[in-house]
Design a protein around this ligand. Sequence first.
Ligand code: NAP
Length: 259
Amino acid sequence: MKPIDNLSVLVTGGGSGIGEGIAQLYIEGGAKVTICGRRQKKIDAVATRLGKRCLAVQADITNEKDRREAVEAAVKHGGKLDVLISNAGNMVRGEIDTLKEDPLVDIFKTNVIAGMLLTGLCKPHLAKQGGAIIFIGSIHTRRAFPGASAYAATKGALETLTRVLAAELGEHNIRVNCVVPGAILTEIYERAGLLSAAESAERLHSMASSHALGRIGTNTEVAEAVDYLARSEWTTGAILDVDGGLGLGLTRDTVTSTD
Ligand SMILES: NC(=O)c1ccc[n+]([C@@H]2O[C@H](COP(=O)([O-])OP(=O)(O)OC[C@H]3O[C@@H](n4cnc5c(N)ncnc54)[C@H](OP(=O)(O)O)[C@@H]3O)[C@@H](O)[C@H]2O)c1
């Protein structure tokens, strides 16, 4: 494993939720971290809380100029770039006959295309360090949620990208991996206008019994898996489920032998 304290890490969507948890893990480990997001207040609050080794850069990753500025800022802040964590993501819900073209294009731009273009921008910097890219997938590729086809399709694309880019970038000494989180209480449903904070909490906790481990996860637990893939030097093309067993499709209707 590479040491953590010398790393320069760029986390997209680091102003909340899982991205904030990842930024915190790297700051606590002594690394330099650049976070980006569209809402200045959110990223500033995280950077202020985490201290000077965390730089906040306002950037919309669907915008080319913003992507370039975020990568340049991360390279300057860290003196190099070791890890891109492509975490920023949005959610769209709706049955197939209700989905409109613009929101579909938008979610593919944010969840898939922006991460691909950022990967291209980061490639020369990561190649110099033997660096790593981590995509954040989703339980939606393991469990089929009716009405979530758009979101699930973007996450399926990330798993495919992980394998193809791992093959493509290996010769540049860049590793590409994907973490597939289960249910984590964040503001993603609220931002999508789907549920209030209280409704999100109720919905996620109601899924606890579907987990082999009986509970939903935390941002920190996802961050730990991200960090393993970022620093483990012989792992590439891996898709790591971090979901408390939600993806197993646990069925509690068991018949136990008394023999
Ligand atoms: N929560 C879960 O249960 C769960 C499970 C599996 C996977 N995930 C994935 O985990 C990742 C993080 O989500 P989260 O749950 O932590 O939700 P979150 O708290 O809403 O975080 C998503 C972050 O992405 C940022 N973002 C969205 N669009 C962006 C854009 N165009 N440019 C820059 N930043 C952008 C948002 O900030 P701004 O709005 O300020 O830009 C926000 O801070 C996502 O990829 C999500 O799909 C979540």
